[in-house]
Ligand binder design. Structure first.
Ligand SMILES: [Zn+2]
Length: 233
């Protein structure tokens, strides 16, 4: 005959398995996450992208400015050579030269801004790289810890699983089914201890008659309040 004591022992193994499985999935979740590291890798890649855009932009301003600068001697020659005779032509040559100089000044200013932006990007990249390196080393240590933890939990799980199977084989299959269903419905506890006349799962006091039947242990008695199997302990 299956005794409630057997089911209570089975439940202790099942609760231990539940705890192990929850610890294991937590560790596995953390192993899969790599979250912090990924965020830093993304930030670094973005900053590197910004730096090359800044550098390309600077390069293109440099080329435009060089081309524009080549026009300056020609313009100045026209103004100072004496070839330009009318006031209108002179005014237009001076206007053009002034315009080119203004454009060159603007470009120099823009290039200076880009140089500053590139310097800032470079220093952010350097600090991100060193932060990433520190985080990566930390992660590798944590990863090793977690992997070891998962291995230990798995081997503990296997041992308890074997004990559970051995014990379950000695239990009446119908009782076992009832136990399994009850455990699922009752948040993992199918068998409740009785102490000082109280069901320890729902904390309700049990009628005297009920208590006597639990104590004799001849039959399965369910808690009148929560419906769990009662074990006198
Ligand atoms: Zn109860």
């Amino acid at each position: 005959m299956t005794t409630v004591k057997q089911l209570f022992s089975l439940q202790e193994l099942d609760l231990a398995l539940d705890a192990i499985q929850s610890q294991k999935s937590q560790a596995e979740e953390e192993l899969n996450a790599r979250l912090e590291l990924e965020q830093m890798e993304t930030a670094l890649a973005e900053e590197q992208g910004r730096l090359s855009e800044t550098q390309e932009s600077h390069q293109s301003f440099r080329q435009d400015a060089d081309e524009l600068r080549e026009r300056v001697p020609g313009l100045e020659e026209r103004i100072y050579s004496g070839d330009v005779t009318t006031a209108r032509e002179m005014a237009s040559a001076e206007l053009e030269a002034g315009h080119v100089r203004k454009q060159l000044d603007d470009m120099e200013m823009r290039m200076l801004e880009l140089t500053v932006a590139a310097d800032n990007s470079r220093s952010r990249i350097t600090s991100l790289e060193s932060e990433l390196e520190i985080t990566r080393v930390g992660w590798e240590v944590r990863q090793a810890e977690l992997t070891q933890q998962v291995e230990q939990l798995s081997s503990k799980e296997d041992t308890i699983q074997v004990q559970r199977e051995e014990l379950a084989a000695t239990v009446d299959q119908q009782e076992l089914q009832k136990y399994d269903i009850l455990r699922k419905r009752k948040g993992g506890t199918a068998v409740a201890k009785v102490e000082r006349g109280l069901c320890q799962a729902c904390r309700m006091s049990l009628p005297t008659q009920h208590l006597q039947r639990v104590r004799t242990g001849r039959q399965m008695v369910l808690c009148s309040s929560c419906g769990r199997m009662l074990w006198p302990g």
